[in-house]
Write a protein that binds this ligand. Sequence first.
Ligand code: NAD
Length: 284
Amino acid sequence: MIGPTLTLNDGLEIPQFGFGVFCIDGDNATQQATEEALAQGYRHIDTAHIYRNERGVGRAVKNSGIAREEVWITSKLWVNEFNADVAPRAIDEMLQRLDTDYLDLLLLHRPYGHYVEGYQAMEDAVRAGKIRSIGLSNFEGAKLQEIIDVAEIMPSINQIELHPYWLQSETKRMMEPYNIAVESWYPLGHGDRELLHLPMLEEIAQAHNKTVAQVILRWHIQHNHIIFPKSTNSEHIRENADIFDFVLSDDEMNKIDSLNKNKSYFDISDEEQEKQALSMIVEG
Ligand code: NAD
């Protein structure tokens, strides 16, 4: 395994560093990239039904020969799967696509549709031994509080957009009393070239003989964020994992924090996001 584990509020140990497969097109390319990551020591994979590549992840884990319990697998239910009469079957089908008896972590992907029913279906799946840990993605404000209030099993994680341009301080403050862990999506700003060439970050990188991408990923690690940068490039897969032999000083951490401008790369209104999410249907 690469890097440490973090203990979640349900007692499970999650590898803090992993591999994301969003935007890897199709099962074959996903299988290839995931096999590469597993061969390099990654032991945590983040996928979702809407990425349409869970079968590729499942095949890579099987082919790797690594014991199933040594790899942490996360997936996410899409919005059209939240209804109480749909979610239980959707979870069973997800396990089949991933070719596994259980999932380590299941998240509600977006806070739209019948998300309370979806959450309760995930709680039932925990009780049935199909899912080990459950959580949320992209929940904030009143909807995050609503789930916290109805939860019989507290969400262990909230996976949110988080990078040096958006620290998500408000949502993190809401999560803290419940020990809900932070997962950062777009940890590298989705590969934003401007961010990855920022002179201040280049200076810090040079001082540690590292790249800017490594400095940003290390900054996440020191903030206790769980991260799973995505790449299909072998060199980047290796580079992104090579962040556990240096430490950023408090001053360097503060400098990177000061880049915050609450900027989302997903620059559309919540109403528009909801409309888009509800119009996307994923099945099979
Ligand atoms: P990221 O910030 O990890 O950036 C990935 C991109 O950065 C790559 O496509 C590549 O172009 C570039 N890159 C990677 N390593 C690099 C390096 N060392 N040097 C230079 N460039 C490099 O963004 P992401 O992949 O979109 O997000 C990570 C993961 O987060 C996803 O794969 C997915 O698992 C998850 N995610 C979740 C949600 C959600 O709504 N829950 C949304 C987006 C992503």
